[in-house]
Design a protein around this ligand. Structure first.
Ligand code: B12
Ligand code: SF4
Length: 590
């Protein structure tokens, strides 16, 4: 029997009895918001919902005024907020989902408040700012739910509860505010088997102009390292005991996603986002073997210096790897070791850069200037190291104390971040590419160096003394201008895609396409065999009645508790041992 249930407004907080599971429910309409770039994290949430029969739409702000790289408030009009709100209204959602890394929080809260006022439906906020500062985020009147971890299972559970008219105040990983009470639920179990997740949504991002030439894909989640400026070390703590922190998809599953997207889109480049990518040589070799035959497009990935090995480079070069991103971060070994917890010698960095180039792979290195306690001499060493490496591209970042990171705490302890600065971080002001928000005695030097690093490494020898003079005189504004003008030269690959995305996303907001509800037939992926590792007998078709899915329901909601699933894979290769289910063991190189 098909029972049509009313929308959440009529029964929020009421509970159907257990038989509710058997009801055929109406889809819930979920609206997503993001800004500036495609978010694969949100893409996963979107496809999880559509695979279960719910309807989604996306409002995407081009973010030209402040894209975390440049801040030009006069361009804010180009985001056409009115058009986005109109689209939101015409979609008539039951739920709004906002993705918020720290530096997007200001924009997220502006649109979140507006949507709450205009639509009056519950608003869920997730992403790194929400994970780091859930209490702060929840304290905003317009926020109803905060997602404190990975969202696929938690959001689906919440939406399914809405569809069934059940209360969702106890959904793990979600903090829920209802009738003035905040229900702070524990973080739920992580999905250990990434292959069971539906491939992230692409079409809505494409329509919004968020990608064109570059097809992005995650091959794994988590990172074995512990850089003090990154969220990874506290994420490892919050997910402790909740499953495998380091997870890898199977090669077949990644290739299948790429193939599926290549049937629809026509990218010229593949971008693999995974900090874990180069840590598992056997996985990479298997991937490269299949990739070169079945995909073949040039691609880009991340590599932690100690994990860059000859065998790996050989396999990657043969599979058309076109660029490798490697964090140099600081040119001073003590700063790297003591302040950044990236213990490696200068020689190791030079050797790895050489190795990359010897295999015909282009390099993209990144630097951070202005961390607490850093001296001018140490900052100059960073520029010199990067110059010596002769990378294809280099980026310069101004240190930003991301909330809950070790380097944030160090900044406070050392007096570099006062209460006003902490409030700026909570509000997400500035970014890695803008002004230093520390009370750093050498902040102008850091800002000028950050702007000039990409230009300096590409400059002819005769121009370098001039650029050094510019840094000496802390000509930050001129450096900023030069940085912008030189983008086509300094970031030729990314720059081209950035221009295409800018034009495409502007076109999308200006032509004002109407909302087209996306609803996919349940079980679509299963039907075409795209989940090679999904256990037999399981299905995405009826999530509630499905036993296998119940196992994936976060702890606390299960009727029977399943033992946490752990599948450690240990691989030894060339002295690097990587254990995928546990914190990484230190290597000789570390
Ligand atoms: C890959 C990556 C990128 C890729 C993004 C690829 C893409 N298209 O999605 C690129 C290189 C483009 C990128 C850019 C930036 N990144 Co980045 N990036 C990462 C990285 C390495 C991995 C992220 C990851 O594993 N995601 C896996 C997916 C599945 O997780 P997710 O995106 O977090 O989403 C899940 C949950 O957070 C949650 N969730 C997220 N949003 C929402 C919303 C709702 C409603 C719900 C319910 C749940 C939810 O559910 C999602 C699915 O499980 C992390 C570091 C790390 N290892 O974590 C940094 C990281 C996320 N990046 C960071 C930063 C600072 C940036 C930049 C600002 C850098 C810069 N200088 O410009 C830009 C931001 C651009 C932007 N507008 O988003 C910071 C964010 C810190 C913070 N507190 O905000 C991180 C944590 C690194 C760090 N330094 O600590 N990044
Ligand atoms: S290697 Fe990258 S993702 Fe891993 S801890 Fe360091 S900065 Fe974070």
């Amino acid at each position: 029997m098909l029972v049509r249930l009313p929308r959440w407004r009529l029964f929020l907080g009421s509970t159907l009895d257990g038989e509710g599971d058997l009801l055929e429910t109406e889809p819930v309409r979920v609206l997503f918001w993001y800004r500036g770039i495609e978010s694969l994290g949100l893409g996963y949430l979107m496809s999880m919902l559509t695979e279960h029969g719910h309807e989604i739409d996306l409002i995407f702000e081009p973010g030209l005024d402040d894209n975390t790289v440049m801040n030009i408030p006069a361009l804010a009009r180009l985001n056409r907020p009115e058009a986005l709100v109109e689209r939101a209204k015409s979609f008539n959602p039951d739920l709004v989902c906002i993705g918020a890394p720290t530096n997007l929080w200001q924009h997220a809260s502006r649109i979140g408040e507006r949507l709450k006022n205009e639509l009056g439906v519950p608003v869920v906020v997730g992403g790194h700012h929400a994970q780091a500062l859930p209490e702060y985020v929840m304290n905003h009147w317009w926020v109803d739910v905060v997602c404190i971890g990975e969202g696929e299972l938690a959001l689906l559970e919440l939406v399914e509860r809405m569809a069934r008219g059940q209360s969702y105040t106890d959904v793990p990983t979600m903090w829920v505010k209802q009738d003035g009470v905040i229900h702070r639920n524990e973080i739920g179990m992580l999905e250990n088997d990434l292959d069971v997740l539906p491939f992230p949504e692409k079409q809505l991002w494409w329509e919004a102009g968020a990608f064109r030439d570059v097809l992005e894909v995650f091959t794994g989640r988590g990172c074995p390292f512990k850089c003090t400026f990154c969220n990874i070390h506290y994420q490892r703590e919050i997910f402790d005991g909740k499953g495998d922190f380091l997870r890898k998809r199977t090669v077949g599953n990644v290739i299948e996603e790429l193939k599926q997207n290549l049937r629809t889109y026509d990218p010229s480049f593949v971008s693999l986002h995974d900090d874990n990518f180069t840590t598992n040589v056997l996985w990479v070799e298997e991937f490269c073997e299949v990739y070169k035959d079945e995909i073949g497009l040039p691609w880009y990935c991340f590599g932690y210096p100690t994990t860059i090995k000859p065998r790996l480079m050989k396999a990657m070069a043969a599979a058309n790897c076109s660029m490798l991103f490697m964090g140099v971060d600081s040119g001073d070994p003590e700063v790297r070791k003591q302040l950044m917890e990236r213990p490696m010698t200068d020689d190791l960095i030079y050797e790895k850069a050489k190795l990359i180039h010897e295999h015909g792979i282009r390099s993209f290195v990144s630097t951070i200037y202005g961390i607490p306690g850093e001296t001018p001499k140490e900052m100059w060493k960073t520029l010199d190291m990067v110059d010596h490496i002769k990378p294809t591209q280099a980026s310069g970042n101004v240190f930003y104390p991301l909330p809950k990171t070790k380097l944030y705490d160090i900044s406070v302890e050392m007096g570099y971040l006062d209460e006003a600065g902490e409030e700026k971080v909570r509000r997400g002001e500035s970014s890695f590419h803008q002004h230093s928000i520390l009370n750093h005695p050498h902040k102008e030097l850091a800002e000028t160096l950050a702007k000039l690093t990409p230009v300096y490494v590409k400059a002819p020898t005769w121009a370098k003394p001039l650029l050094r003079k510019m840094v000496d005189r802390k000509m930050t504004r001129t450096a900023q201008l030069l940085y912008i003008v030189m983008i086509p030269v300094t970031f030729s690959t990314i720059g081209k895609e950035a221009v295409r995305i800018t034009l495409a996303s502007l076109k999308a907001v200006f032509t004002g396409k109407s909302a087209i509800p996306r609803r996919r037939r349940r079980g679509r992926q299963a039907a075409v065999g795209q989940m090679p590792r999904r256990p037999e007998g399981t299905t995405w078709q009826r999530p509630v009645a499905d036993d296998a899915r119940k196992e994936r329901i976060p702890e606390g909601l299960r009727t029977t508790q399943a033992a946490p699933h752990a599948h450690p894979h240990a691989h030894e290769d060339e002295g690097v041992e990587v254990v995928l289910a546990a914190p990484r063991r230190r290597t000789a190189e570390d």
